[in-house]
Write a protein that binds this ligand. Structure first.
Ligand SMILES: Nc1ncnc2c1ncn2[C@@H]1O[C@H](COP(=O)(O)OP(=O)(O)OP(=O)(O)O)[C@@H](O)[C@H]1O
Length: 231
């Protein structure tokens, strides 16, 4: 579960995030929409512990990120627009390395199973990541989330730059992760993907969460209209 309690971040006199209150339950996918600079990445960075909030708290599975920096990271997986991997290591070696940081030691067969579940074709497992496409790197990111048994997944524009097929495959795998009980927060500019994948959708403006909608109650066109009226 992910909880933001009055989460606020100031940069000098500029308030990037203003008293955000939000809870994302296990098994839920929450899509965060909003214009450039609305505060989406700031929210994600507070959960990751990359930035310290000016006030309020980011909480993961009941633990404050500020007070339990290492413990909360173990429960988290993070997939940005471009997943950072070691280009000279293979997909399988990257997975072994990143899951070992979370305290897991997997056999070669187990690593292959995670990569296959994440949709990465077996021919690629022993190839260097330097030659991977963007979509293949995202799949290794998903495999890392699976291998870490992440309770929470943070996605920051994860389908940006993916072709429609890769983006669709990625979304299907994210849905499987949520069905396994992961709480998922996804910042995106893709209104149609948000509607398709999310259980709830939030629209941010100038550091405020101004609308929260149940995805099942709105069509993609209605969501687009609401977005345009809101931002
Ligand atoms: N390190 C920083 N120093 C100063 N201001 C910052 C810093 N990081 C972010 N900001 C400001 O905070 C505000 C929120 O930025 P944030 O990156 O959270 O927006 P976003 O919704 O993720 O935008 P985008 O869609 O462009 O990724 C913006 O006004 C941005 O300029």
């Amino acid at each position: 579960m992910l909880t933001a309690k009055n989460l606020t971040k100031n940069y000098g006199t500029h308030r990037a995030l203003d008293g955000l209150n939000l809870t994302i339950e296990s098994g839920e996918i929450f899509a965060l929409l909003g214009q450039n600079g609305a505060g989406k990445t700031t929210t994600i960075n507070c959960f990751l512990g990359f930035i310290e909030p000016s006030s309020g708290e980011a909480i993961i599975n009941g633990l404050s990120v500020k007070d339990h920096a290492l413990e909360t990271k173990k429960h988290l997986a993070y997939i940005p627009e471009t997943v950072m991997l070691y280009p000279n290591l293979t997909g399988s070696e990257n997975l072994a390395f990143f899951s070992s940081l979370a305290g897991f030691s997997y056999s070669q067969k187990e690593l292959e199973t995670f990569l296959l579940k994440a949709g990465l074709q077996s021919e690629a497992h022993q190839q260097r990541v330097g030659g991977y496409s963007k979509g293949m790197r995202q799949k290794v990111g998903i495999a890392i989330a699976l291998a870490k048994k992440a309770k929470a997944l943070l996605l920051d524009e994860p389908t940006s730059g993916l072709d429609p097929k890769a983006s669709n495959e990625f979304s299907e795998i994210v849905k499987v992760l949520s069905k396994n009980g992961t709480a998922i927060l996804m910042a995106t500019h893709d209104i149609f993907r948000a509607k398709e994948i999310a259980t709830r959708i939030g629209i941010m403006k100038e550091g405020h969460l101004v609308s929260v909608i149940e995805a099942a109650t709105i069509s993609a066109n209605e969501l687009e209209q609401l977005y345009l009226q809101t931002v």
